[in-house]
Design a binder for this molecule. Sequence first.
Ligand SMILES: [Fe+2]
Length: 332
Amino acid sequence: MQKSYTTLIPELHKFTYEIMESSEDLITIIDKHGIIIAMNPALSKLLNIKHEQLLGQPLVEAVYGGRKFDFQGNYLSPIIETLETGREFKGKEMGIKSPLMNGSFVCLTTTGILRDSRGRLAAVYCYDKDLTLCRQLERTNEKLEELIHSQHLQTVLAFSEAIGARDNYTRGHSERVAEYAQMITRAMGLDDLDQLVYVAALVHDVGKIGIPEHILNKQGRLTDEEYQKIKEHPVTGANILKQIGTFNHLVPIVRAHHERYDGRGYPDGLAKEEIPLISRIIGVADAFEAMTSDRSYRKGFTIEQAVEELKCCSGSQFDPQVVKHFLRLIAD
Ligand SMILES: [Fe+2]
């Protein structure tokens, strides 16, 4: 098929030549002895050498300083590997290094064998698509995402601060809950979740921003109506975080932090494993912190009293596994 196209369109060689000349990707052709018979200006530019100096030269000597293999015994040049082993590459990501280049070069490499009319190997071509720019863009993107993420985190922390300023009890509470929750997570061997747990715990009460101050700081018994208002805060918090793209993964966690293991919590009455694990961890950390901290109208529990309470509610309010790990942590 290729032959008939060439016959039908004599200008095809010119077309191919023009593509090679104008392409920013790297194109090399070597003959069956490894001699460079064609290469495009993009490659000679990368190698800092005039392409007339390379044409007719053995590729291994001219480009790789006479070395065919790296220290691990891998081919330095994919085109030579294809020539010697017959193994062709199709868009394989590779790092290419040559003594002629400053630094290394990341590319998508395609190689192929060109055969003569009798089917014998005549030449090998190599086409390298430069990924350096893509990699730089990816790195810039990652940095940008990190920046956006940290700015979002700062926004949510500012929310938490704002709640702390309205609610005497919440001040410092979220930070302590975050520390306890992170300790439990590590004790459970879930170290890869500890950052997520910390951030989720920091913002778990962000929905309290929607609760009127006189209810939030009320010292006496809450009316049913006031209690209902308090119970809205997990949903309010989830709705706030929903507005911030990078915190979408925290939405179900924050929404479920007042669910109970026995299914009698709020807002959705989830039970056992239906409740996200991180919410179950925060639930224990939150309760322990609340029990052991002093309020203006009562003194906090001692650690022993809080431990008794956790034991008592293990399996009903709290996930027994989480309690077990936390109690071991406290005992240590
Ligand atoms: Fe809460």
